[in-house]
Design a protein around this ligand. Sequence first.
Ligand SMILES: NC(=O)c1ccc[n+]([C@@H]2O[C@H](COP(=O)([O-])OP(=O)(O)OC[C@H]3O[C@@H](n4cnc5c(N)ncnc54)[C@H](O)[C@@H]3O)[C@@H](O)[C@H]2O)c1
Length: 337
Amino acid sequence: MEVNCGLGYTIHITTEIQFGFLEQDFVVTDRNVFQLYRDRFSMVKDGHLVVLKPGERTKRLRSVKKICRAMQKANCDRHTRLVAVGGGVVGDVAGFAAAVYLRGVDYVQVPTTLLSMVDSSVGGKTAVNLHGKKNAMGAFKQPKAVYICTNFLATLPGRELASGDGEILKTAFLDADLLDYICANKTAFFAKERSVVTEVIARCIAFKARIVEQDETEKGLRKILNLGHTVGHALEAAEKFRLSHGAYVLNGLIYEARIAKHLGLIEDAYFRQIVQLCEIALCNKLAPLPASLTDYALTDKKNADGKIVCVLPVEKGVTTERAFTADEFRQLMEAVV
Ligand SMILES: NC(=O)c1ccc[n+]([C@@H]2O[C@H](COP(=O)([O-])OP(=O)(O)OC[C@H]3O[C@@H](n4cnc5c(N)ncnc54)[C@H](O)[C@@H]3O)[C@@H](O)[C@H]2O)c1
């Protein structure tokens, strides 16, 4: 299956692991993926591979420098193609390296987690965290192609499969058709039946590509993709990345739905539907809110005029943006715990 993205590249979806490396490729992956798929990397030229430590803590400037230095040592030039084989962490870090090495080289995404297949591999956002603050440095840099091979999911641990639900449900609360599809196939979706998951991946990336085509650098429409992420990112940073990224997005979706309810913005039935789906994905393990949440929310990239901006759900496929002072946000969070 192929999804043509109006940003000038194609997203290929296959079940088999079908990707190869070109002579000039420089490859970035993480240790877990490398160990599981070692034979795939035997095709990579000597000195053209960086294997990063797995996990969110790798999303830092030091990793970008490590990749760029290894590329320099391997005499990579502007014709080098960087290939990111891994989850969202590898994709974000390698994408950032591709954006800055020699002022930019082409790169390709080969996502290996559910979360990166449905979301982070598409759209061209690259980033690292800075001083514990999420995605504080980065660049918009579109990949030249995305190769999604759903067979990678066969080795993905349960916690990481469930993490994919965060970005999938976020997309479903923006795209009414996807929400209907998930609700019509709820048992199979949560059991991660392959045919349903493949359909969901295709729908999620087609939706994201449509939004990004219209607003590549998040001046307006693209902001809706941050649903659940103001609280989610703040909680993730405040808890120092204890849980998976998707788990924080699910927490964010529930807390932001509660804010919408508190402000009288959302219909009751839709509120219950959001909470119910997110709770299934989270197995009812809602994270408590730390006192430092507002401090972290104050560093969110969407903020404007010193106010904390939240994208809130209203009805199926409809959101609204609201901005709060730090005091208002703190009071809201106290009201919705
Ligand atoms: N750029 C974007 O638009 C965008 C969008 C959403 C999220 N993100 C970012 O993505 C990151 C989260 O990505 P993630 O959830 O993929 O996390 P991740 O990259 O940390 O991967 C999760 C874990 O799964 C392991 N793994 C990867 N593929 C595997 C496989 N096939 N089999 C077994 N283990 C495998 C990894 O080694 C890691 O331990 C966050 O930093 C988030 O901010 C970026």
